[in-house]
Design a protein around this ligand. Structure first.
Ligand SMILES: NC(=O)c1ccc[n+]([C@@H]2O[C@H](COP(=O)([O-])OP(=O)(O)OC[C@H]3O[C@@H](n4cnc5c(N)ncnc54)[C@H](OP(=O)(O)O)[C@@H]3O)[C@@H](O)[C@H]2O)c1
Length: 344
């Protein structure tokens, strides 16, 4: 089969298009013919070694074993079953839950043995992938491309919104709101949980599209008066911030939060390290939440919300699988809206 492998930590030239054997599904697994695989920052940071500062950067302390096929947001058709898997699954169109874990229900995402497709296992930058049958779910929409754009960013966004227990009466500031996670945070917070959303983007040309996704107000993170603008449009400080940007907007986030406010972070696209004045934290009674992915129950709740039409796929652009390098380079451009998808 045709696949794209990461051959080691480094730049985009560490991606190589190869012809390799189709994997054989083991006991409990199915073979999925990949129809679409959406890109996440996760696999770009995996290649760049950005999850750590040493040679063994990765989700697991032992680092990534190269060569590795990246890609975690996968939809496709089941074309073969391993031992102990019912043949009735053959021909089913599925979306893959992106990690294995022995953690108890509700704690899968914080288990030490959590292992991620595209990092600890070969992933979806390929024509076929083998995956446990119990982690394959019915597609929420009829199109493969559209059903592929939720797995990692949607699960991450859903878990963040559940963590802060967003309420209809509340206002939530969402950073990186035009990106993969942020555009889903906007939709989930507003259309599923009914909260008022202030979306932060770089380019205000995206304002109408962000409002279609559910934002009440759209502001630019480039404004020198951002904190004042947030408080002004909301008529006061906000209840929560859902953040994927990190350092670049941290000070603003703490400034606009009300007393007793919540700050939930799952990414640091705008800087991984920051400064914190502890007095702000305790004098404002702010609660911090760190967030990675989510649980299988949350994944199911998210798929239901997608099937019900509450959350829509937002696709910026598609690329053929062979152009994975160009697609990852494009992913890093400012101002895209939603997800980039690879099509084998
Ligand atoms: N914890 C988890 O489970 C999890 C899961 C998925 C992703 N993540 C992380 O979440 C982050 C976002 O991922 P993504 O897939 O949504 O990426 P993305 O699609 O590239 O979106 C990044 C967003 O951040 C904004 N941004 C970047 N630099 C900024 C800055 N200096 N100031 C203000 N805004 C800035 C971008 O705005 P412009 O378009 O204007 O540049 C864009 O809206 C990444 O760090 C990723 O690793 C974490």
């Amino acid at each position: 089969m045709k696949a794209v492998q990461v051959t080691g930590y480094g730049d985009v030239d560490m991606l190589e298009v190869v012809d390799i054997r189709i994997p054989t599904p083991k006991k409990g697994e199915v073979l999925v013919k990949v129809k679409a695989c959406a890109i996440n920052n996760t696999e770009i940071w995996m290649r760049e070694g950005a999850y750590g500062t040493e040679e063994k950067s990765g989700w697991r302390p032992e680092g990534v074993q190269f060569p590795r096929i990246p890609g975690s947001d996968i939809t496709g058709e089941i074309v073969e079953v391993g031992a102990d898997v019912s043949e009735t699954l053959l021909g089913k169109s599925v979306v893959l839950f992106p990690f294995t874990s022995s953690g108890a229900e509700g704690s899968e995402h914080i288990s030490d043995d959590m292992s991620f497709i595209g990092s600890e296992y070969d992933g979806g930058y390929a024509e076929y992938v083998a995956w446990p049958s119990e982690l394959c779910y019915d597609m929420p929409l009829s199109a493969y491309e559209e059903s592929a754009v939720f797995s990692v960013s949607g699960l991450t966004a859903w878990h963040m919104v559940e963590q802060i227990q967003a309420q209809p009466s509340e206002t939530i500031v969402i950073t990186g709101a035009n990106g993969g996670v942020g555009s889903l945070n906007v939709q989930i917070a507003s259309k599923v949980f009914g909260s008022k959303v202030i979306a932060l983007v770089g380019d205000l040309a995206l304002e109408d599209k962000m409002k279609e996704l559910g934002a009440t107000h759209v502001l630019s993170y480039k404004s020198p008066n951002l904190a004042e603008e947030i408080v002004e449009v909301n008529g006061g400080p906000v209840d929560s911030v859902l953040d994927v940007v990190g350092d670049a907007l941290f000070e603003t986030s703490l400034e606009v939060l009300k007393k007793g406010g919540k700050f939930c972070i799952s990414g640091s696209a705008g800087g991984q390290k920051t400064q914190l004045d502890f007095r702000t934290l305790y004098l404002k009674h702010i609660t911090f939440y760190g967030s990675v992915l989510g649980t299988r129950e949350e994944f199911k709740r998210m798929l239901d919300a997608i099937s019900e039409g509450k959350i829509k796929p937002v696709i910026d652009r598609t690329f053929p699988l062979e152009q994975a390098g160009e697609a990852q380079t494009y992913f890093k451009h400012s101002g895209k809206l939603g997800k980039i998808v690879l099509l084998p």
